[in-house]
Write a protein that binds this ligand. Structure first.
Ligand SMILES: Nc1ncnc2c1ncn2[C@@H]1O[C@H](COP(=O)(O)OP(=O)(O)OP(=O)(O)O)[C@@H](O)[C@H]1O
Ligand SMILES: [Mg+2]
Length: 364
């Protein structure tokens, strides 16, 4: 697959502030790619570097195979959708969408055709003569999207475009955006700090913190095999158990914590004696009553536990369980409503189990 945007060893400093710190990302043509990370991690700056609103302090950016150093923003084959819509309030919807084409002196009949097509795409046909002040947030966001799509960019940059919408509308718009992207086959680079949004929509995600890329991969890989504690913590919920490495190769590592040995997958060989952390997701842990039948094999870790707390949340029940290391683990049990399912009580003595393959040992 060819690249849409290649960012190579790019750093952007504003005075003393390093907003983007030596990042390299290769975004493929037709990909839905998300930049995900907490506030201030450098997402918007990365987008602005691609768009040409900022110049890198160091490094290179290419768009559709062409280096863009020195190419002004308006000549790059990209368009940007901002969180704040940035619509012109005194113009109609159609005029807003047509604005860029009119500036580029595209013939009037061509403009009309393209504006109609763009409004159709975002399901806003018939809204052309409305004022943008007479529309809901979701409708404004669609107009902003139509305006960005109307001149057929190769790459669309979206900076938290759904941030101002309420949860329900945001969920609908997520699906619609994804459909539009698939339909048009253009590259979307999507900035969000909402991990669920990134997971729902993206082919691949770059997780960022402090201006650095922590991991790039499909949602499943980032969730199931996080590179480090930051990624494991930022995406979804995770239990962490700190310990000391007692055995390690390039695929798996055994930790010891309070005389308890715990094994998990690891991506690098760690030195014996180093501090490390085992990460295990709440839904990957299985609880059973100590009086019941115990299923064990060499692929499974079994620990004693005591139920400390129970929170019913509808789809699942969240148990807090204390294990012999002293750690309190969260365990999610889906409420399937089957007669054989056990509802545990506070104080119950249980077996706590998980598959070694589902646990990750992360270097400090
Ligand atoms: N023009 C600027 N001048 C000085 N510092 C800046 C400038 N733009 C961004 N920064 C700083 O660079 C860092 C990254 O900012 P950026 O806007 O890229 O973060 P972000 O990930 O988009 O955050 P948010 O989720 O809050 O939008 C921040 O520390 C910010 O204060
Ligand atoms: Mg931002």
């Amino acid at each position: 697959m060819s690249s849409a945007v290649q960012i190579t060893d790019v750093t952007k400093a504003f005075g003393d502030v390093v907003a983007v710190d030596n990042i390299s990302i290769d975004i493929k043509d037709g990909e839905f790619f998300s930049l995900l990370g907490p506030s201030g991690c450098g997402k918007t700056t990365t987008l602005r570097l691609i768009a040409g609103f900022e110049q890198p302090t160091m490094g290179q950016i290419s768009i559709m195979g062409q280096p863009v150093a020195g190419v002004p923003a308006y000549r790059r084959p990209v368009n940007t959708v901002f969180q704040s819509y940035a619509l012109f309030p005194h113009m109609t919807v159609a005029k807003n969408v047509a604005f860029g084409l009119e500036m580029a002196k595209v013939p009037a009949d061509e403009i009309k055709k393209r504006v109609d097509a763009a409004l159709g795409l975002v399901e806003m046909s018939g809204f052309g003569e409305r004022r943008t002040t007479q529309m809901s947030g979701g409708q404004k966001q669609r107009v902003a999207l139509a305006r960005a799509l109307v001149n057929w960019p190769k790459v669309l940059l979206l900076d938290e475009p759904l941030g101002a919408l309420d949860l329900k509308l945001r969920k609908n718009m997520q699906l619609e955006l994804k459909q539009i992207q698939e339909e048009l086959g253009i590259t979307f680079i999507y900035v969000t700090h909402d991990q669920e949004e990134a997971i729902t929509m993206s082919d691949r995600i770059a997780v960022m913190s402090d201006g650095k890329v922590q991991q790039i991969g499909p949602a499943r890989e980032i969730y199931e095999q996080p590179n480090n504690r930051f990624v494991a913590d930022f995406i979804g919920e995770t239990n962490f158990i700190d310990g000391t490495v007692v055995d390690s190769d390039s695929n798996s590592t055994v930790l010891e914590s309070d005389d308890v040995k715990l094994a998990g997958r690891s991506k690098v060989k760690m030195a014996v004696g180093d501090k490390a952390t085992l990460a295990i997701r709440p839904e990957k842990i299985v609880l059973s009553l100590k009086t019941g039948f115990l299923n064990t094999d060499s692929e499974t870790i079994t620990l004693d536990g005591t139920i400390r707390d129970i929170i019913y949340i509808g789809t699942d029940t969240r148990y807090q369980v204390v294990i012999p290391t002293g750690d309190k683990l969260f365990v999610r049990v889906q409420n399937l409503g089957r007669p054989e399912d056990i509802a545990f009580n506070k104080g119950d003595e249980v077996h706590v189990q998980w598959r070694i393959n589902n646990a990750q040992v992360l270097a400090e």
